[in-house]
Design a protein around this ligand. Sequence first.
Ligand code: SAM
Length: 296
Amino acid sequence: MDLIDNQQHEQNRLEPCPGTLYLVATPIGNLGDLSPRAISLLKKVSLVACEDTRKSGKLLKIINSKVPLLSYHKHNLKSRLVQLLQILEENGSIALISDAGLPGISDPGEELVKASRKNNHEVICIPGACAATTALVISGLESQRFCFEGFLPKKESIRKKRLKDISEEKRTTVIYESPHQLLKLLEELSTFCGKERPISVARELTKIYEESITKTIQELIEFYKANKPKGEFTLVLGGNMKDRIKDEVSESEALNRLNSLIDKGEKSNIAARKVADETGYNKKWLYSKLHKKLDK
Ligand code: SAM
């Protein structure tokens, strides 16, 4: 397949379309990840909406874009939504960018997209770097099925509930965290998910000191106690295998495993514990099944 055909060339040449909101991905560290299509749009739209005009101003300067910038962040969201929708209504085109990465992931982009769609404005994404998917695909953990948590809530009661949900999640979970909170989060994950759960910590993705370490939670706690966390971090937590195996191992299969251990001379309570650990079935339940069988 051709990388880019003539029709696509034409489409790119005609962009931006009037009255359209473009979600433009920007680099998460390496400027080389800004795509030619993103550069072209950032030079041609009517307005660039961004979280921090100082940060994004630097990016526009590098690509020599003279397009005006307007701040759009969680503190001015409501008033800005009205303003931005008005621009789209008047057939202007807007590029929404975040401080880094894909707008709409852990930033207020979602609200603008919802409002634009509700008002029948076209929304188009110019894809590119995203810390979550970048960390996931290099983690070595399962990437076929995953979920994204972003930053965990700060409020203690809601945070505990979220941590409990995460500990039970069977799919790989991606979490964002700041460097000074990293150890606290690893300790919390250890409490909720156990010390042995595999986890990958990706640091400074796409930058010179990029690093991705996949170990157990406990090993990474020790690592980051010895090496002060610096830079930007994305965590990729392995799913809860225990429950997953339970879903995949039938009751009769679990009982077969139990009987086979006992046939090999294992004590019944130890066999029940081993099979419970392996399959996620309750140890008492397994033990009771065994005794029913022995009583017969
Ligand atoms: N929209 C962005 C995206 O697509 O990835 C995410 C924005 S979120 C406000 C910022 C968080 O993303 C950081 O606190 C960090 O957890 C993660 N992050 C951003 N850049 C990163 C990088 N280069 N390496 C690792 N994590 C990064």
